[in-house]
Design a protein around this ligand. Sequence first.
Ligand SMILES: NC(=O)c1ccc[n+]([C@@H]2O[C@H](COP(=O)([O-])OP(=O)(O)OC[C@H]3O[C@@H](n4cnc5c(N)ncnc54)[C@H](OP(=O)(O)O)[C@@H]3O)[C@@H](O)[C@H]2O)c1
Length: 283
Amino acid sequence: MSELKGFDALFSLEGKTALVTGGSRGLGLHMATAFLRSGCSLVIITARKREGEQGIDQAVDKLNKLPGIKGKAVGIAANVANTEDILRLTGEVKTLVGDRGLSILVCNAGAAWGSPFLEAPSSSSIKILDLNVRGVFELVQKSVPLMEASASKHDPSRVLIISSTAGTNVPHVGDHGTIMYSTSKAAVNHLGRNLAVELGPRNITTNIIAPGFFPSKLAQGLINNLGGIEELSKDNPVGRLGEAEDIAGVAVFLCSRAGGYVNGVDIAVDGAARLSAGRLSRL
Ligand SMILES: NC(=O)c1ccc[n+]([C@@H]2O[C@H](COP(=O)([O-])OP(=O)(O)OC[C@H]3O[C@@H](n4cnc5c(N)ncnc54)[C@H](OP(=O)(O)O)[C@@H]3O)[C@@H](O)[C@H]2O)c1
């Protein structure tokens, strides 16, 4: 028999603090929900819009009404592609977390652009690279002092970067090409690997989650262009698109003690769609 120390709490996030960018909807809201339900004492979500159906306030309301949670959710409006906003955000996070420090940072907010290569305006490339790559670099950089404060060798603080399987394959060229999006995700994957080595000695791990298609505001246009959820599900080796629990499960694992020694990996959450050759795989 092996003695597995604290096995009952291996996947618990009891008492941890988290910041989730793009937490007002989609994958960010799924992960924020999972963090609170796994025992986090504080989950801070950030996005640009405060009000409305897709805004921060409605998400914070929903999070704080989750049954059985001990912690609470707080929202801060900020554009995480903007250096001044990142500085203000990390300042506000510091006040909120206090001596606890920041245990989990999820860099999830992202932007996509679809168009023929020859028609993509430079503004689309600037927007994508600023948010998907440079903003992640700066947010992690400014968060390091807060994350070191809560970290130890056996329970490091965790950075999760939400990338995409588009960072390793070439999913869409032509009329609905997403070339700069795909390139930005390849760049942020390598940023994650660099951070894993740079920040490991400070007791901060960095891992990358690479989702395939999950229905969301960001993905809806592309899903429709490719024939809709049913059609895309047929192309997936496991016959479906991603669901809330799929991303929540991987995020909780990576942020819990169970994932404490995992550093610098890229976990695809796509049912192996990235490995299949689309229609040819059905022959
Ligand atoms: N859904 C998929 O199929 C899929 C697949 C692969 C990868 N991903 C990746 O997963 C991440 C989340 O995507 P999603 O599908 O959940 O998208 P989503 O539902 O459109 O949510 C995006 C979130 O990011 C926020 N956001 C956008 N720009 C921001 C900015 N400049 N500063 C701060 N917050 C910002 C949005 O709120 P505001 O608009 O109010 O700012 C929203 O909360 C992205 O990085 C995306 O590339 C998604």
